[in-house]
Ligand binder design. Structure first.
Ligand SMILES: Cc1cc2nc3c(=O)[nH]c(=O)nc-3n(C[C@H](O)[C@H](O)[C@H](O)COP(=O)(O)O)c2cc1C
Length: 324
């Protein structure tokens, strides 16, 4: 057993939160993670109220949390009401300023997680009174920025120690096995938020062909780009964020030529949607991070959590023998 402030505060068996991966992390995955002793989050992404309600139903009786792309809430404020009304185990806000939503979440007594990519944003969410900061490094799958997990996590750990020691810290980005979990703890985190490794789980909503492509790939095979947002028809992201995915014929063709791509976006959006529906990973890639080089199977979520903790314990024990 790996006991940390995160497991104590949330009553968990593993210091592991599943990432709110838009579409891939539905109720089945979130429920499986929570039942296995982690904290499962449903990732609302671009989905609507009906989708969220259905995923909450699929999660079953075990409490799960809900994660939002913060700037999407402005266009669909009802989504937050649906989440709050269900008394979730936590609400996670990522990307853009969470300030307009904090009071409602706190007043409802729901733990608030905020995912940040810079020290500046960490300072801001500490001022807002967040319960858990998730420090997301650039290795991460999906949207993010440029700082690496290796330096961002300890820098935010120092900030928290100086300003608000009761706030918890989780590391995200590139963590997919026990070495990563042990490293995150060594860097000062209370736990980890895991995306890509749980994307490669049996419970994730992912096309089997995408799963096969990712298991065969290495950590060299991902790219941060704006291309995928454009061809998905979601060219709405603030300029500071881009998205890490598996490289594909689409990113090979358009990365660095985004203005040309925007000129033919309609055609490319249709082509990309078709490739995704067919599970054509060569054309469409997959939204994953550098951790894919460490993933060799599509395992049940429970087994992934078990391995993370058992391996991390072994790494931490072996490390302790070095210090004499
Ligand atoms: C398929 C996928 C979809 C994601 N969608 C979201 C999202 O909708 N909202 C969000 O806050 N983070 C999203 N993320 C980022 C995760 O929250 C998290 O930061 C990341 O997965 C951690 O790094 P890792 O993938 O290396 O584990 C997504 C990540 C992946 C892999």
């Amino acid at each position: 057993v790996l006991r940390t402030r995160l497991t104590d505060r949330f009553g968990l068996d593993h210091p592991v939160i599943s990432a709110p991966m838009g579409v891939a992390a539905g109720g089945v995955l979130a429920g499986a993670v929570s039942r296995a002793g982690g904290l499962g989050l449903i990732g609302v992404g671009y989905a609507d109220e009906d989708w969220l309600r259905e995923q909450q139903r699929l999660a079953g009786d075990t409490p799960v949390g809900v994660g939002f792309i913060t700037f999407r809430l402005a266009g669909d404020p009802r989504l937050l009401d649906v989440a709050i009304d269900s008394a979730p185990a936590a609400i996670c806000l990522s990307f853009a300023n969470p300030a307009p939503y904090v009071a409602r979440i706190r007043d409802a007594g729901i733990p608030l997680l905020c995912q940040v990519q810079t020290l500046r944003d960490a300072r801001h969410v500490l001022d807002l009174g967040v319960d858990v900061i998730v420090a997301q490094g650039t290795e991460a799958g999906g949207h993010g920025e440029r700082r690496t997990t290796m330096t961002l996590v300890p820098e935010i750990a120092d900030l928290i120690a100086g300003r608000s020691p009761e706030t918890l810290l989780c590391a995200a980005g590139g963590i997919s096995d026990g070495r990563g979990l042990a490293a995150a703890i060594a860097l000062g985190a209370d736990g980890v938020l895991v995306g890509t490794r749980l994307w490669a789980s049996q419970e994730a909503i992912v096309h089997p062909a995408e799963h096969r492509a990712v298991v065969a790939a290495t950590g060299d095979d991902t790219i941060r780009s704006r291309v995928i947002d454009i061809v998905k028809g979601f060219d709405i992201w603030p300029a500071r964020f881009d998205i890490r995915t598996l490289r594909s014929a689409t990113t090979d063709r358009w990365h660095g030529r985004e203005s040309e791509l925007r000129a033919v976006a309609d055609e490319e959006v249709a082509r990309f949607a078709d490739a995704m529906a067919r599970g054509d990973a060569e054309q469409a890639g997959a939204t994953v991070g550098e951790a894919i080089g460490l993933i060799h199977d599509i395992a049940p979520a429970r087994e992934i959590l078990r391995r993370l903790t058992v391996e991390a314990e072994a790494v931490l024990r072996a490390g302790a023998t070095l210090a004499r």
